[in-house]
Design a protein around this ligand. Structure first.
Ligand SMILES: Nc1ncnc2c1ncn2[C@@H]1O[C@H](COP(=O)(O)OP(=O)(O)OP(=O)(O)O)[C@@H](O)[C@H]1O
Length: 421
């Protein structure tokens, strides 16, 4: 088991991780989620003894990594797949790691087979593709047949077959009773792979719960309603009637309507009373991605803005209309359905405030059971967006980080723990 207690890491005046406490248990795949720069890699480096906590501690099986007896046999990690000597072949890279840890050479050939690199085992890793490098990193993590495994973005660069393989590998490792801690930005993949989630934002814990609980705590069910595509006026009519009845309507990208605040039978009655035919009326549960976006939307540091291509575009010919924005694109909070458990327990019930309103919690995320409680102390991460970079219509233009860009991550070689900073 991995256990963090009050884990904090500061780089100068930048607080990368603050007061993180969590446990990663054996027998399950635990996903580690958070927006860019939220502190996932820093946390993983501290778990592996590659960075020293400023405060708090993290242990594996009760020991800090550096005091674990024969750590490489107990803990395997993939942090940075590029952290290999490019002049060495895949086999010699693994062989050198094996020799440092007293692992027999035959194990190298085993793991090369497991990750599908046996045919290129004698090729220099410098020429490897992103996915091949990733496979080599996974092979290194598996080398010591460890009970605890950490993977930072393991499917980065893998082809669909490779992604499926990693998914099954993680599940199989957990089914064998191992502790598997894996970070990823691919929500669809996490939904299929992870049993449990730890979500952080700006270095602080946002959620620690099962995937199922996370989705139900951070999403509201809604109804999808579609009127005949050939009769747009029917759609407008229904939209108005639903709004008048207290429902909340958002357009979906395919022309359907996303309705919250009203139960399905009520929507059906409204459509009937308005003389509107329906092509679809279906219940919908939010995906992990939607739940995640909703929870973390207040903790995102780097957001894109619309590319206005100022001065680069040809003037529109007379009479031409500028392109109509696609609903859902570039709309902050698009993924944010209304807070759940409002509206008297009605399925598809919405708050009056509309979809982007979220009850105050840390970063504006809702306070739900199992999440970190509402910030009791001042948030040391509060970084007001520089006013000069704010656009009037939307989110802040990505601001320069408060610290210079991070140096490349240190080699994820657990056989050589050292504080790289
Ligand atoms: N050595 C360092 N010196 C200064 N700041 C650092 C250093 N390492 C990380 N940081 C900062 O700490 C914060 C957390 O970074 P970290 O790499 O842990 O985030 P992350 O969640 O892994 O991000 P991503 O999803 O983009 O990989 C960032 O603001 C980063 O700039």
């Amino acid at each position: 088991m991995i256990e963090a207690v009050g884990l904090t890491k500061r780089y100068g005046d930048k607080t990368a991780v603050y007061n993180l406490s969590f446990q990663v248990r054996p027998g399950a795949v635990t996903g580690f989620l958070g927006p860019n720069g939220s502190g996932k890699s820093t946390t993983m480096r501290m778990i592996l003894g590659l960075d020293n906590p400023t405060a708090g501690q993290v242990t594996i099986g009760g020991y800090p990594y550096r005091r674990l007896p024969n750590a490489p046999r107990q803990v395997g990690a993939l942090l940075d797949a590029k952290a290999v000597h490019g002049g060495r072949s895949a086999r010699s890279h693994l062989l050198s790691l094996a020799q440092l840890s007293g692992i027999p050479a035959r194990r190298v050939d085993e793991v090369l087979g497991v990750v599908g690199l046996h045919d290129v085992a004698r090729r220099r890793s410098r020429g490897f593709s992103l996915g091949m490098g990733q496979r080599l990193g996974i092979a290194a993590a598996l080398l010591g047949d460890p009970q605890v495994l950490l993977f930072d973005e393991p499917v980065n660069g893998l082809d669909p077959e490779g992604i499926l393989w990693v998914r099954n590998l993680m599940k199989a490792l957990a089914a064998e009773g191992r502790t598997v801690f894996v970070s990823s930005h691919l929500m669809s993949e996490m939904a299929l792979t992870a049993d449990h989630l730890i979500v952080i934002g700006r270095g602080q814990l946002l959620a620690d719960m099962s995937v199922t609980d996370f989705i139900s705590a951070n999403s509201a069910d809604f109804a999808r309603v579609r009127t005949p595509d050939t009769e747009p006026q029917q759609r407008e009519k229904l939209s108005a009637a639903i709004t008048e009845a207290g429902g909340h309507v958002l357009p979906e990208q395919d022309g359907a309507l996303r309705v919250t605040g009203l139960a399905l039978p009520r929507i059906s009655d409204i459509a009937h009373d308005s003389g509107v035919r329906l092509w679809e009326l279906s219940p919908h549960q939010a995906s992990l991605e939607e739940a995640y976006m909703r929870m973390t939307q207040g903790a995102v540091d780097y957001r894109s803005t619309t590319d206005r291509k100022a001065g680069l575009q040809q003037p529109l010919p007379p009479g031409a209309q500028p392109p109509v924005p696609v609903p859902g694109q570039g709309q902050p909070g698009w993924y944010a359905p209304p807070p759940p458990q409002q509206g008297g327990g009605q399925p598809f019930a919405a708050s009056q405030g509309g979809p982007a309103q979220v009850p105050a919690g840390p970063y504006g995320a809702p306070d739900v059971p199992g999440t970190a409680p509402g910030a009791p102390t001042p948030n040391p991460y509060a970084q007001p967006d520089p006013p000069a970079l704010r656009t009037s219509s939307g989110p802040a233009v990505p601001a320069a980080p408060a610290v210079p860009p991070t140096a490349p991550a240190p080699a994820a070689d657990p056989t050589k723990p050292e504080d790289a900073r």
